[in-house]
Design a protein. Structure first.
Length: 294
């Protein structure tokens, strides 16, 4: 069993204080892995680790909102980031407290002044793709015209920086290496990793990082998101909503993810492994340093 946090923060930022009037957060913990017995191709039985997965039902001011499937080690930040990414709160100070109780599988959120028009905002639910299915609310994409990102001249990435970023991810120790079946997300400033986290779904991982950013008032304009998962419209929008204009993925891009990024002027890199990548959108943010073909 392991209860070590999958959230890793750069030592330079570990003492970063939360915003004034930050919400009170519980410190719920849970086992990240479980041992099971398997039968392999040689007919041999052996014990391996698999990631834990558990439901977490979010209650906002005593109103049941949604149930998320999560690894469960950063539940308070997950809830905070989820509420922010769904446009149900503007910032961390809208929340008075988040209390997570794993015996009940519940996260109890108390706001300071309620969520305006919460019934209308949450009336239309969309189940998202991928492992650890998530839920977004129907008007999320309607908010696209309200997103403001820095100009291309002010937020850029060079090919050499992209390579250094990929090298640091390849060297990162992770739960995925030992147990598989999880996604990782990281926040970078240039080639420096600031935060890294894993969860059963890529959308959970980006919500956790969002929660950390919102709690500490960390701006996204000069940052880069990395994810092991594919870049769907949901992932692109979540990055845009915290002001991060550049996203890199080990996986591919969906057509709708591409459309959202192109509309917002975001740089979108996919199939990024070692020294290979595709720049799907936002080449105006990219300082290319082309390599000769082998």
């Amino acid at each position: 069993m392991s209860k070590a946090s999958p959230l890793r923060v750069n030592p330079e930022l570990r003492m970063l204080p939360p915003v004034a009037q930050a919400p009170r957060l519980s410190s719920a913990s849970s086992d990240l892995k479980r041992e099971i017995e398997v039968l392999d191709e040689h007919g041999e039985r052996r014990t391996i680790d698999v990631p834990a997965e558990r439901p977490l039902t979010i209650f906002v001011d005593r109103r049941e909102l949604v149930t998320l499937m999560t690894l469960g080690a950063c539940p308070e930040l997950l809830v905070l980031g989820y509420l922010h990414n769904q446009r149900l709160i503007a910032d961390a100070t809208d929340i008075e407290s988040i209390e997570v109780d794993w015996t009940q599988g519940a996260a109890t959120v108390k706001t300071r002044s309620g969520v305006p028009d919460i019934e209308t905002k949450t009336a239309h639910r969309i189940v998202t793709t991928g492992s650890g299915q998530g839920t977004v609310f129907g008007d999320l994409m309607a908010q696209i015209d309200t997103v403001r990102l820095p100009a291309a001249a002010d937020a850029r990435i060079s090919q050499s920086t992209l390579y250094r970023l990929l090298d640091s991810m390849r060297e990162q120790e992770s739960l995925h290496r030992g147990a598989g079946s999880v996604h990782g997300c990281a926040l970078y400033r240039g080639p420096k990793m600031l935060v890294f986290v894993e969860d059963v779904g890529r959308h959970n991982a980006i919500d956790i990082i969002t929660g950390w950013m919102v709690l500490h008032a960390v701006a996204g304009a000069d940052k880069i998101f990395y994810t092991t998962g594919r870049l769907t419209s949901e992932m692109v929008m979540k990055s845009a909503q915290v002001g991060v204009p550049i996203i890199v993925s080990r996986n591919g891009v969906t057509a709708m993810g591409y459309d959202v990024a192109a509309k917002l002027g975001m740089a979108l890199f996919g199939r990024a492994v070692k020294r290979r990548f595709l720049c799907y959108a936002g080449a105006e943010r990219f300082d290319a340093e082309p390599e000769p073909r082998p």
